[in-house]
Design a protein around this ligand. Structure first.
Ligand code: ARG
Length: 257
């Protein structure tokens, strides 16, 4: 996670961002601390990188890269506003991991790559270049399933789909192209479908350890569906970050291995 010391909305690179809407920095920091504490209470180890000045979106650590089995592919951002995050995150990865494979094509890390445990679901349409999918498959030695995003409000895969457990997912169908909806319903016939209001609260921007799902407090219908499916919802309010188009998962990069 990245401590949001310099979090604000000063530019607009997604449909949620409005630089005229002020951010409450103290509230954002409290919400971020609550999220970090929720992970600690669940017994997870949390590494914290400090926020470099002038990089207000650096708090969205999920975008920093993709880490599977101890190999890291750092991000290469589409927007120049975020390109400055690449150096501090890559330096951090190099300090903590032996295997760091620098990318050629634009990829926004776990914003667009979600690991199910057996395949890497790979979003494109707004940020990550589809050519990056093969690049990641090669670097990480995994099978990639491309998925095309079509709604500007669900511009990263992690805003539209959550990995809940081994091959168990939740998603909002209308965020995907017809072809990708077909692929998802074939691969995951038992998936939980989430309503538009819950998805707009970034309910799908959740993290799961296979049992506990840390999920937006406001996404109540999704929490009921999770509980009915045997998961334990852990509601956390990170509403300040929605002003920048992010939620719980965006603030969290999983370090596997
Ligand atoms: N303002 C950031 C951007 O548009 C939000 C990133 C949200 N991160 C995520 N993993 N979806 O890049």
């Amino acid at each position: 996670m990245c401590r949001p010391t310099h979090f604000e909305v000063t530019y607009e690179i997604n449909a949620w961002m409005d630089s005229d809407v002020p951010v409450d920095p103290a509230l954002a920091m409290r919400q971020w601390e609550t999220l970090r504490q929720a992970y600690l209470d669940l017994g997870h180890q949390v590494e914290v990188i400090e926020n470099a000045p002038g990089l207000p979106d650096m708090v969205f650590a999920a975008n920093a890269g993709t880490v599977i089995d101890g190999t890291v592919v750092p991000a290469k951002f589409l927007n120049s506003e975020r390109a400055g995050e690449e150096a501090p995150y890559t330096a951090w990865f190099r300090e903590h991991f032996d295997s760091v494979v620098e990318p050629t094509f634009v990829n926004e890390g776990e914003g667009d790559y979600l690991w199910t445990g057996s395949r890497l679901l790979a979003g494109s349409g707004f940020r990550t270049d589809p050519r990056a999918h093969d690049e990641l498959a090669g670097a990480l030695g995994v099978t990639v399933q491309p998925l095309e995003l079509v709604s500007p409000y669900f511009y990263h895969l992690d805003t539209a789909l959550t990995i809940l457990g081994d091959d168990e997912i939740a998603y909002i169908p209308e965020a995907f192209s017809d072809e990708s909806q077909r692929v998802l319903s074939e691969l995951y016939p038992e998936a939980i479908h989430v309503s538009l209001p819950d998805a707009q609260w970034f309910g799908l921007n959740a993290t799961s350890d296979g049992r506990n799902v840390v999920v937006a407090q406001q996404a109540e219908g999704m929490q009921q569906a999770l509980a009915a499916a045997g998961y334990v919802p852990v509601p956390v309010d990170v509403s300040e970050f929605r002003k920048a188009g992010g939620g719980i998962k965006c603030c969290t990069l999983e370090l596997r291995g």
